[in-house]
Design a protein around this ligand. Structure first.
Ligand code: PLP
Length: 426
């Protein structure tokens, strides 16, 4: 299309990059450009250094800039960059990764459906659940229950399931057979199943520790109780381990900490530490059986880059690092140290609580009076910390901290101090 005389394409200095979850009016000329990164350090285009206290978007579990991943990726790219795994096509990295991930899973005879990310995986798991019930002769089991405060990605089904109201506003009809129950209230799940009738409920989905909804660990006994309720009513239990997996909670899928054996687990993020996009669904042998053991039942679902050979090679190299460096055990040590350091902030007037202690993820809850006085305060706190060289995440009513699992606990006091200084400034 020709532009009228005198008009340029986009105002000068404006970015053409439309940022997710961003007020583009504010960001259009004021981007924070990350130029390079090394382990827990991130550098901007001016060469200023920042401590990455969020592992980017909760994913960079092995730290940035690892040569081992670059080398594995280069080797795979030059051998076979990718080839579709639709139908009977396969490739060695995707097969090996699926085998390895099935082996880590706390379910018997697990199968792994690979995707390109977390949202893909949630939508895939729900479609597996509904198809599973159709194959069982129960096509009316279509309702999925999630929780208030949950986040399950921004694809169609995940948007409809999500428990953060602002993310669902305007899209409530996208996945109509969804409802949400209060978090940490097992009786509420039972009541909702009873209200709907168990014969209409396909699945219940829950993050072991709620992440994007503000870092909310489960109350003691809660996850075991909801798993038991799902079993009692024959409802499939889907654990969304997109944040909680691959070391963030000190185990492969997070759920092992409570001895859970979900029917499905969704994962992404830490499986590659974000070096390349990849996610997936682990399904128990029982869930996979109607598809695997009966002829003529293809699961009519899948993305172009499912089983992408180079993404799978990156995941394998990432898992090698996690095993070689014992990052799961390391995370269990770090979680206590991080939580203990951040607890110092409970003495601050602007802080109501520090949540965490289960996994290397914590949140500092800001006092409601402070939030009411200035609705933009979280953004200001984030910027004040960034000016002091520490990257933290503003999250609904709190500040989230979830560093790479390679971080030295020496930095936890520094992160705490920077947050305290930011609180004093703002
Ligand atoms: N599920 C959970 C628990 C998540 O935290 C996220 C992303 O943060 C997703 C799903 C969506 O993943 P993605 O952004 O890779 O689509």
């Amino acid at each position: 299309m020709r532009l009228p005389d005198g008009q340029t394409k986009g105002a000068q200095g404006d970015t053409a990059l439309w940022h997710p979850f961003a007020d583009m009016h504010a960001v259009r000329r004021d981007e924070f450009i990350v130029d390079r990164a090394d382990d827990v350090w991130v550098y901007d285009t001016e060469g200023r250094r920042y401590l990455d206290a969020t592992a980017s978007l909760w994913y960079c579990n092995i730290g940035h800039g690892r040569r081992e991943i670059a080398e594995a990726v280069a080797a795979q790219l030059t051998r076979l960059e990718a080839y579709s795994v639709f139908g009977d096509y396969s490739n060695t990295p995707a097969r090996e990764l699926a085998h390895r991930l099935a082996g880590y899973a706390p379910m018997a005879d697990a199968k792994v459906f690979l995707t390109s990310g977390g949202g893909d995986s949630v939508d895939t798991a729900v479609k597996i659940a509904l198809t599973y019930w159709r194959h069982q002769g129960r096509p009316e089991r279509t309702h999925v229950i999630s929780r208030v405060g949950s986040y399950h990605g921004m694809h169609g089904i995940g948007t409809g399931l999500g428990g953060i109201d602002a993310n669902r506003n305007g899209f409530d009809g996208v996945f109509p057979t969804a409802s949400r129950v209060a978090n940490n209230d097992a009786a509420a799940l039972r009541a909702e199943i009873e209200r709907l009738g168990a014969d209409r409920v396909a699945a219940f989905i829950a993050e072991p520790v709620i992440g994007a909804g503000g870092v909310v660990p489960p109350a003691p006994g809660y996850l075991e109780a909801v798993a038991g309720i799902c079993e009692q009513y024959g409802v499939l239990f889907v654990a969304d381990a997109v944040i909680c997996g691959f070391g963030r909670l000190g185990t492969w899928y997070g759920v092992e900490r409570w001895g859970l054996r979900p029917d499905m687990i969704t994962f992404a993020k830490g499986v590659t530490s974000g070096y390349l996009p990849l996610g997936g669904v682990v399904a128990s042998g029982d869930v996979a059986a109607p598809f695997w053991d009966e002829p003529g039942r293809p699961f009519r679902h899948g993305q172009t880059y499912a089983g992408h050979a180079t993404c799978a090679a990156a995941a394998m190299a990432n898992l090698d690092i996690m095993e070689a460096e014992n990052l799961l055990d390391r995370a269990l040590k770090l979680e206590t140290e991080l939580h203990t350091a951040l607890l110092e902030l409970t003495g601050h007037d602007a802080v109501t609580e520090v949540r965490g202690g289960i996994g290397v993820l914590s949140a500092v809850e800001i006092h409601p009076d402070v939030l009411a006085r200035d609705p933009g305060v979280l953004g200001k706190l984030h910027l004040a910390a960034r000016r002091r060289g520490v990257l933290i995440r503003p999250l609904i009513t709190s500040l989230a901290i979830s560093p790479p699992l390679t971080i030295s606990s020496e930095y936890f006091a520094h992160i705490t101090e920077v947050i305290a200084d930011a609180l004093d400034e703002v």
